[in-house]
Design a protein around this ligand. Structure first.
Ligand code: FAD
Length: 420
C-alpha cells in the first residue's frame, strides 16, 4: 500500500488514467423538435430529468432539450450522496425526504432500477457545538419521521471500521441515508417520462428565448434551437452551470457561480463494503463508500471559481489541483487513519453551481412570465432536485407550489431583478 503524501499523490495522478466508469443513459432520443410544447425543459442533467418526469406524471406535454447527451454536464461526475438531514431547515428536509421517496418508487413505476443504495449515513461531531446541532437535527428527524440515533464514537466505529473513535465525541446515525447512481437515476426518470408522452431531444441547443411584452413585463412565446423553433409559453432553465448563460439570453442575471468540486477514489478496502457513508461537518468532508472503495470529497474555503464552462464540456473533467484538495486529505487522516496508507485509484473534478445562500434557484422569474428556474443546486442536486422538481411541476400546473418555497425563490431572483 502506498502512503499518501502530496508528492506521491501527484506522481500517481500523472501516471494513472482516470478510472471513472462512464455509462450513458439507455433511451431513444428524437432528432426533430416539435413545433409546439406546453413546457420546454432546458438541460438533461438530474434536475431536468427529474422535472420532465414530474411534469409528465401531471399530464403536461413537455419536451427536454439537451445540447449534448443526457448527464454529460455536471451530473455524471456526482457522488450521488443522499442525506436527509444535511440542510437544517424544515423546507429543505421536506424536499430531501421527498427526493428519497420519489427515487424509492421509481423502479415500480418505470421498470428501470434507479441505482439507489441505502447503507446509512453517519454525521461525525468533533466538538460540543456540533453535537448540539446534531441533537437539534435528531429532533427535526423525529418530527419528520426520519429514523435517526445519536450514538457513541465506539458504536459509530462498529458501523464504520475506518473511523477512529478517539477523534470525535458522538455521531448522528441515519440508517436509511445512502446514495444513487446518476446514469441509472436519469435513465429511470426518462423512461417514466417518455412512456407518458414526454420527448427528449439530445444534441439540440437552445440558442434564443422569444418573448413579447405584456403590461410592464414580458411573457415567453417560444424558443429557437439548433434544430428549429418551438412555440411554447413555458421554459424551464435547468441548464446547471450554464443556467446564467441561458438567462442572459433575456438580459437577466442570476446569482449563480460555477466552481470546481472534486473527490478522490481510493484503492480497494474490502472491509468498507456496505458500510455507511460519513459526513464530517467540522472537517468540511464527506466520505462515500462505493463498493470496496472510499470516495473522499469536501468543501474548501478557497474553491476555484470558474469564469465560464465551455459549451462542449461533455463528459469532461478538470485535473485535480492537489494544492487545493490537500486540506481534505489532512482532515480525513484525523478521523480515518486509513488515509495515511491507502492509495488513490482516480480523481473526479467537475463544475458545479453555487449560490450565495446555498439554496437552489426555484420558481418563476418576477419579470418574465413563463420563465422558470430549476438550477443552482450547490452540490446537492442529486438529493434535492427530486423534491424541487415535484414542487416545480405542481407550480407550473397550478400556479404555486404545495409547500412554502419562499427561501428558494423570491429573495435571490427578485433581488437580482430589482438590482437591474
Ligand atoms: C464532484 C461532484 C460530486 C457531487 N456529489 C454530490 C452528491 O454526493 N450528492 C448530491 O446531491 N449532489 C452532488 N453533486 C452535485 C450534483 O451532481 C449536481 O448538483 C447536479 O448533478 C446538477 O445537475 P443539473 O441538472 O443542475 O446540471 P447538469 O448535470 O450540468 O445538467 C445541465 C445540462 O444542461 C445542458 N445545457 C446547458 N446549456 C444548454 C443549452 N443552451 N441548450 C441545451 N442544453 C443545455 C448541459 O449540457 C447539461 O447537460 C456533486 C457534484 C460534483 C461536481
Amino acid at each position: 500500500m502506498l502512503r499518501i503524501s502530496t508528492a506521491s499523490f501527484l506522481k500517481r495522478q500523472f501516471k494513472r488514467k482516470n478510472l471513472r466508469k462512464l455509462t450513458k443513459c439507455d433511451f431513444s432520443s428524437s432528432n426533430q423538435v416539435p413545433t409546439q410544447a406546453d413546457v420546454v425543459v432546458i438541460g438533461g442533467g438530474v434536475a431536468g430529468c427529474n422535472l420532465l418526469y414530474q411534469l409528465s406524471k401531471r399530464g403536461i406535454q413537455a419536451v427536454l432539450l439537451e445540447q449534448g447527451k443526457l448527464t454529460n454536464g455536471t451530473t455524471w461526475h456526482t457522488d450521488g450522496l443522499l442525506w436527509r438531514l444535511s440542510r437544517p431547515s424544515d423546507v429543505d428536509i421536506t424536499l430531501l425526504e421527498a427526493s428519497k421517496n420519489i427515487y424509492l418508487g421509481l423502479e415500480q413505476d418505470t421498470g428501470v432500477d434507479p441505482g439507489l443504495v441505502q447503507h446509512g449515513g453517519i454525521f461525525i461531531a468533533r466538538k460540543d457545538e456540533r453535537l448540539e446541532e446534531y441533537k437539534r437535527l435528531h429532533t427535526f428527524a423525529h418530527y419528520f419521521d426520519i429514523d435517526t440515533q445519536i450514538i457513541s464514537p465506539s458504536d459509530a466505529a462498529k458501523l464504520s471500521p475506518i473511523l477512529d473513535p478517539t477523534k470525535f465525541i458522538a455521531a448522528l446515525y441515519s440508517p436509511q441515508d445512502g446514495h444513487i447512481d446518476p446514469t441509472m437515476l436519469c435513465s429511470s426518470l426518462v423512461k417514466g417520462a417518455t412512456k407518458r408522452g414526454a420527448q427528449v431531444i439530445e444534441n439540440c441547443r437552445l440558442t434564443n428565448i422569444l418573448t413579447e411584452p405584456v403590461a410592464n413585463m414580458r411573457k415567453i412565446t417560444g424558443i429557437e434551437t439548433s434544430l428549429g423553433k418551438i412555440k411554447t409559453g413555458c421554459v424551464v432553465n435547468s441548464a446547471g452551470v450554464w443556467s446564467r448563460d441561458v438567462s442572459l439570453m433575456l438580459g437577466l442575471d442570476i446569482p449563480l457561480v460555477p466552481m470546481k468540486h472534486a473527490y478522490i477514489v481510493t484503492d480497494s478496502v474490502p472491509e468498507v463494503r456496505s458500510t455507511p457513508n460519513i459526513r464530517d461537518h467540522d472537517g468540511n468532508l464527506y466520505i462515500k463508500i462505493q463498493g470496496d472503495s472510499i470516495n473522499l470529497g469536501g468543501y474548501e474555503i478557497n474553491p476555484e471559481i470558474l469564469k465560464e464552462v465551455a459549451q462542449d464540456f461533455s463528459f469532461a473533467q478538470y485535473e485535480l489541483d492537489m494544492s487545493i484538495f490537500e486540506v481534505h486529505l489532512e482532515r480525513a487522516k484525523e478521523i480515518c487513519p486509513i488515509f495515511n496508507t491507502i492509495g488513490i485509484k482516480s480523481t473526479v473534478c467537475g463544475p458545479e453551481s453555487f449560490t450565495p445562500d446555498h439554496k437552489p434557484l426555484i420558481g418563476e422569474d418576477p419579470k418574465v412570465l413563463g420563465l422558470f428556474y430549476n438550477c443552482g443546486y450547490n452540490s446537492g442536486g442529486m438529493q434535492l432536485s427530486g423534491g424541487c422538481a415535484e414542487q416545480l411541476a405542481i407550480w407550473i400546473a397550478t400556479g404555486g407550489p404545495e409547500i412554502q418555497m419562499f427561501n428558494l425563490r423570491h429573495k435571490k431572483i427578485q433581488q437580482t431583478a430589482t438590482n437591474r
